[in-house]
Design a protein around this ligand. Structure first.
Ligand SMILES: [Zn+2]
Ligand SMILES: [Zn+2]
Length: 279
């Protein structure tokens, strides 16, 4: 049950298969509702985000696939949009004008001490170098900037789902074990979720790294806090490969249930509804 996923990449960004392959796998596995959410274009080219010149093809390909699989699955189109700055983020008019079913707001990019944009959503070995080379060796500086940007993105709005909140905790905790229990850090997480609750946003439980590292984003230790704050959640696999669309989903649903959640959000007939959590 609860066979849904709304965070999924494809060849329009850094996903490793075409859009149709993800839907084909979803149908074959009995998913009832599925959304594609490529990395939205940035104002410059990157190896992992879509280019603006491909946006029209992205929208057209979605319509083609949707028609082909009509009646087999509820199929939706979104984007995973970065907060880059106050002029380029999910609330920007050029993203709002797109005919999307939903938007995910994510922070992968920070500005370093010199104002240079840097991707901090990286492998653990690279993360330490970023702290040393771009943040004067101060993990606190980087962490504070990361949370500040998530907060700012929430204040500006224009999206439905906060993408992998607090994802950096995994790398930060490898660099400084126990950091998640430090008061200043847990206060940053708490205040982030307070803003989510105040803004009435949904949070995803991102399972992309569960198979490799055994963690969810946000961390399982915060599921109870999310429930106490009445924050609606969904489980998303952030799949880049069709064979991983279901990775970590049963485990995440189980952890949510243990934290007291009785329902998850799913998208049907264009509306987000609370569906009984069944595992
Ligand atoms: Zn992401
Ligand atoms: Zn993603």
């Amino acid at each position: 049950m609860n066979l849904t996923n709304y965070h999924s990449h494809c060849v329009f960004c850094d996903g490793r298969a075409d859009m149709e392959s993800f839907v084909r796998f979803a149908v074959a596995q009995g998913f009832t509702s599925y959304g594609i959410s490529s990395h939205a274009p940035l104002p410059y080219h990157t190896a992992w985000s879509m280019d603006w010149e491909h946006m029209k093809d992205y929208l057209n390909e979605f319509q083609r696939v949707k028609k082909k699989y009509d009646g087999l699955i509820e199929y939706y189109l979104g984007l995973e949009i970065d907060y880059l700055n106050d002029n380029y983020n999910p609330s920007s008019p050029f993203f709002q004008e797109l005919p999307l079913d939903y938007r995910i707001g994510s922070v992968h990019l920070l500005e370093d001490v010199k104002g240079v944009t840097i991707d901090i959503d990286v492998a653990p070995v690279v993360f330490k170098d970023i702290v040393d080379d771009h943040f004067d060796g101060s993990l606190e500086l980087l962490v504070n900037e990361y949370f500040r940007r998530q907060q700012r993105m929430l204040e500006l709005g224009g999206f439905d789902i906060l993408g992998h909140p607090d994802k950096l905790h995994y790398n930060a905790n490898l660099m400084r074990p126990g950091i998640m229990e430090e008061k200043w850090f847990s206060q940053l997480v708490e205040s982030l979720f307070e803003t989510v609750a105040r803004k009435g946003m949904m949070v995803e439980v991102n399972t992309k790294s569960f198979e490799t590292y055994g963690v969810f984003f946000p961390n399982k230790m915060h599921f109870e806090l999310l429930r106490q704050m009445n924050i609606p959640v969904m489980v998303n696999s952030d799949a880049h490969y069709p064979e991983r669309i279901n990775s970590g989903r049963p485990e995440a649903l189980g952890a949510l249930k243990n934290a007291g959640y009785e329902s998850v959000r799913e998208l049907y007939q264009g509306k987000w509804i609370d569906v009984k959590l069944e595992i």
